[in-house]
Design a protein around this ligand. Sequence first.
Ligand SMILES: Cc1ncc(COP(=O)(O)O)c(C=O)c1O
Length: 397
Amino acid sequence: MFEQLPAIAPDPILGLSAAFKQDTNPSKIDLGVGVYKDENGNTPILKAVAEAQSRLLASETSKVYITPQGVQGFIDGMLGLILGQQSSVIKDGRVAAVQAPGGCGALRILAELLKRTNADTKVWVSDPTWANHIPLIGNAGLELATYPYFDKAQASIKFDEMMACINTEVKAGDVVLLHGCCHNPTGADLTKEQWHVVKDAALKIGFIPFIDVAYQGFGVGLEEDAYGIRLIAENVPECLIAASCSKNFGLYRERVGLAAIISSNSETKQIVQSQIQSVARGIYSMPPSYGGALVDIILADTSLNQLWQSEVTEMRERMIQLRALLVDNLAKQNASKDFSFVNDQKGMFSYLCISPEQVQKLRKENSVYFVDSSRVNIAGINHNNVETLAAAIAGVL
Ligand SMILES: Cc1ncc(COP(=O)(O)O)c(C=O)c1O
């Protein structure tokens, strides 16, 4: 019976990794898939994670099932990290949450919850957004629409157009997906003032903000990167949050994330908590415990927490330096385009704002790999490859 199924083309980003592996050019450069890399191109286990692993190994006595909501210490620790230790919504008992298998798992179960709540829910995503938002939310059966976000010609957010769309087309009960920080793919984040405008629009129109936060700590700092999420959570009666520990804890393959829902009161929270656990139970029963247990150990222990924060700072500062290094090298190569906007972008990604043809030429002629949209993984740059990279980019302009 399965012969009637059509074969599906590989995911563009994963396909790119496969093509990179096959390329025999010794100077090839991989700026595709979004994982942090150090100066040697490795993605090592964070020291805080390694220490938490030793402690967990020494203390774990059973592999018996955990509950559908996951490791409670992980949930509490993550809510404090994202919403702030002083969060009134936590104190008021308005936050329902479950540990999820990665940020992807969190996005999907929140989409399933929306579907259960109202099958006609329309979810607005930024144009562009992370490509996987579309299947993760769309495959739950929800209608998707886009709001304007990024102007490639100006290399900046088109905030007036974004708000004009939200103010005229988004209806009460619609859901608007926002990137908490380090927008993927553009690296262009809303300013504090712009977050206030979005918050006011949510209150006026009655749309539900759905915030995806996959890079907390990679933009400006762990606290600073949560500004928009906290503003929305403290002021808008209902919102959804999907968080990932893949990047800032380097726990990619352990699949650890958090799905949280803020309800307008603590009674509704109880209902939502039962619903989200039932959604999880119906898909994968309970999340893998391991990654959540590690994050719990790290966040609960003062010295491990400090070590982890210093490692996040190190990753962030390295990426900020790499941005400057790339911009300087492009200027040295007399690139015919001003790339200084790269320094203003945040997090792991940058949109170089060059054409798909130029990106393909770079791949074919220079063995430089990144997606056609011109999104590059900044962490894939290092002091050894930056000059070659800048010369190649300047060459295709
Ligand atoms: C914007 C965004 N959201 C969510 C995720 C999900 O991450 P994961 O499922 O690996 O935790 C990613 C990963 O690349 C992402 O870029």
